[in-house]
Design a protein around this ligand. Structure first.
Ligand SMILES: CC(C)(COP(=O)(O)OP(=O)(O)OC[C@H]1O[C@@H](n2cnc3c(N)ncnc32)[C@H](O)[C@@H]1OP(=O)(O)O)[C@@H](O)C(=O)NCCC(=O)NCCS
Length: 199
């Protein structure tokens, strides 16, 4: 996987031929009909995911957001007792779609790592979390994110978040174990690390 270059083919023709299941229709329609508009209006940026040899593999889009936590979570996490309406800054992973024939090869995991390291950690605009809205008709997605260290806020079953601060601390502590590991392995290790921290 590498960043998109202007000479790479866009994914339109490939995505038009993808099998349209109900839970994925919205994702495909977004790329084909809305992504460019959102980019022009500065509401979200869509990234094409491209293989090292220039093949279109899928896409994701990101924008700035806030994570609305409940009062108790804010008080424990941020030690804020006076201003409990504080909502920490977050990066919204609005869409993530890997083409049918490329799934299960670790690209989705690489994307999460890319967003954390290359977009969030390198940005001058702080994000404490990456967040997603989960489609209730897509239990596979919940499974995918849960195994990679994503959690549900206490009061929003349809949202999941990836804690960037904990991930940064984890990467420092597990530097050696992560050195030659794939993105999927790093994220699985992170999920275990979070579980152990909770116990
Ligand atoms: C969910 C999704 C983004 C994951 O991307 P991916 O590149 O397949 O991710 P990975 O290869 O890192 O891991 C996929 C997991 O599914 C398993 N898998 C194996 N074959 C698979 C296949 N053909 N399709 C899907 N998943 C498969 C993998 O073994 C892995 O399982 P694990 O969690 O036990 O490790 C991708 O399946 C997808 O685009 N789905 C359709 C759109 C969607 O649901 N997006 C999420 C919206 S919130």
């Amino acid at each position: 996987m590498r960043p998109f270059q202007p000479t790479d083919p866009r994914g339109d023709s490939l995505l038009r031929t993808e099998v349209r299941t109900d839970e994925h229709k919205g994702l495909l329609d977004f790329y084909l009909n809305e992504a460019k508009n959102c980019e022009e209006n500065l509401t979200s940026f869509t990234y094409d995911i491209v293989s090292d040899d220039g093949n279109f593999l899928g896409f994701f889009c990101v924008s700035n957001s806030l994570l609305l936590l409940d009062e108790k979570e804010i008080m424990t996490e941020f030690k804020r007792k006076k201003n409990v309406s504080f909502a920490p800054p977050a990066t919204l992973l609005g869409k993530l779609y890997i083409c049918n024939c490329n799934r299960g090869t670790g690209i989705g995991s690489e994307v999460i790592l890319y967003i954390a390291k290359e977009i969030c950690f390198k940005s001058k605009s702080a994000s404490r979390f990456i967040i997603i809205d989960i489609n209730a008709r897509n239990p596979n997605a919940v499974n995918f994110y849960t195994k990679r260290g994503w959690l549900h806020p206490r009061t929003y079953a349809r949202k999941m978040f990836f804690d960037l601060l904990r991930f940064k601390i984890f990467l420092k502590a597990y530097k050696e174990q992560c050195r030659n590991s794939s993105a999927a392995e790093i994220l699985r290790l992170f999920a275990i690390y979070l579980q152990e921290e909770q116990n």
